[in-house]
Ligand binder design. Structure first.
Ligand SMILES: *Cc1c(COP(=O)(O)O)cnc(C)c1O
Length: 359
């Protein structure tokens, strides 16, 4: 008799494993990691203290309901506590949202290319991904996304700004799109890079959600607030969506370290947003320098830039690596480069210039 192996769901076949940005190799020529859109600033002392204080009781489970953090978020963003849910990063919440809405036979729409977690969480649920190509300018094609809605559509992700292109959809077009979506289809507005937006025409999802019970806004502490390693994000949505999220959350998923560090971060938000301001200045400098070098790149409102390099993607990534920065190649498509420390950005710009001359 042949040994049987545990039966696994067919839905898992062919799902790519989430690919993290590569770290800078220790001791190698690469000194800087610009591959994961992380915040280059180390934790603020006050935030670090809160996390370390919480570490003293990690023999205990954390507060399951994240009560203190929920209260703090409710006050900061002027939303009812009942409209909030937390999770192990906003990726964790994205997975909970798909689980809450979609199963086999259901469809999940998102732009492509966009955040690589969307196809993964969709297929884990057994739902069918419907990928709608970005416009030639690398922006979400909201008209085409609305056209793609069927009776089977349960959820639509809109990533604003979009990862990895940095492009945004503006207020009027987003409102027009939302008006076209049936009220029983959930729209998830992923605002992981919200704090880096400077275009006043890009709407704040929290303003839109108040009038729209089928809109869920995703935010994270990983990027602007610099807590990527602690895994905490949150969603804002009306009941019953928020209630569904509280049901599907992994119990005790958000550690006490993460909860307390998130609260401390909200309390020193001015300082953290000052750092975001410096990164936005660096983004401007990087974009302008690339333009002077002759590159055409889409306008980014996030903490990264996108270079559509097609077949030259791998070659460009290795030129960067030799220059001391590890970037994020998407083979055959392009390269995403995080805005990091000034020295790191300089190394990247030098590599881009070198590559340009040899093109
Ligand atoms: C980084 C990122 C997130 C946040 O991930 P966390 O799980 O909160 O660390 C969510 N959405 C997009 C589009 C991202 O790029």
């Amino acid at each position: 008799m042949t040994e049987k192996i545990p039966k696994l769901r067919e839905a898992l076949d062919g799902i790519p494993t989430y690919k993290p940005g590569r770290p800078a190799a220790a001791g190698g020529p690469v000194a800087y990691k610009l591959s994961s859109n992380e915040n280059p600033y180390p934790p603020l002392p006050g935030v670090m203290e809160s996390a370390l204080a919480a570490a003293g009781s990690f023999n205990r489970y954390p507060d399951l309901a994240c009560t203190a953090l929920m209260n703090e978020l409710a006050e900061r963003f002027d939303v009812p506590v009942g409209h909030l849910a937390t999770g192990t990063g906003s990726v964790g919440i994205a997975q909970m949202l798909v689980q809450s809405t979609s199963g086999p036979g259901d469809e999940v729409i998102y732009g492509w290319r966009s955040f690589e977690a969307y196809p993964i969480v969709t297929r884990i649920s057994g739902a069918t991904p419907v990928e709608v190509p970005l416009t030639p300018g690398d922006v979400h094609d909201l008209e085409a996304m609305a056209d793609a809605i069927t009776d089977r559509t349960r959820l639509i992700f809109v990533c604003n700004p979009n990862n990895p292109t940095g492009t945004t959809v503006r207020r009027a077009e987003l409102e027009r799109f939302l008006d076209r979506v049936p009220s029983d289809v959930l729209v998830v507005l992923d605002e992981a890079y919200k704090e880096f937006i400077r275009d006043p025409e890009v709407p704040d999802g929290l303003e839109l959600y108040r009038r729209r019970p089928n809109l869920c806004v995703l935010r994270t502490f990983s990027k602007a607030y610099g807590l990527a390693g602690l895994r905490v994000g949150f969603a804002v949505a009306h009941e019953p969506v928020a209630a569904a999220l509280r049901k599907t959350a992994v119990p005790f998923g958000v550690s006490q370290l993460a909860q307390d560090a998130a609260i401390a971060s909200l309390r020193c938000e001015d300082e953290l947003l000052g750092r975001v301001g410096s990164l936005v200045c660096e983004r401007k400098r990087v974009a302008e320098t690339l333009a002077e070098q002759g590159w055409t790149i889409p306008e980014s409102q996030a903490n990264f830039v996108w270079l559509r390099l097609g077949e030259q993607t791998a070659g460009f990534a290795s030129v960067c690596e030799n220059a001391g920065v590890v970037v994020r190649p998407f083979p055959g498509e392009g390269v995403r480069v995080t805005i990091g420390e000034t020295e790191a950005n300089d190394l990247f710009l030098r590599a881009a210039e070198l590559f340009r001359k040899e093109m």
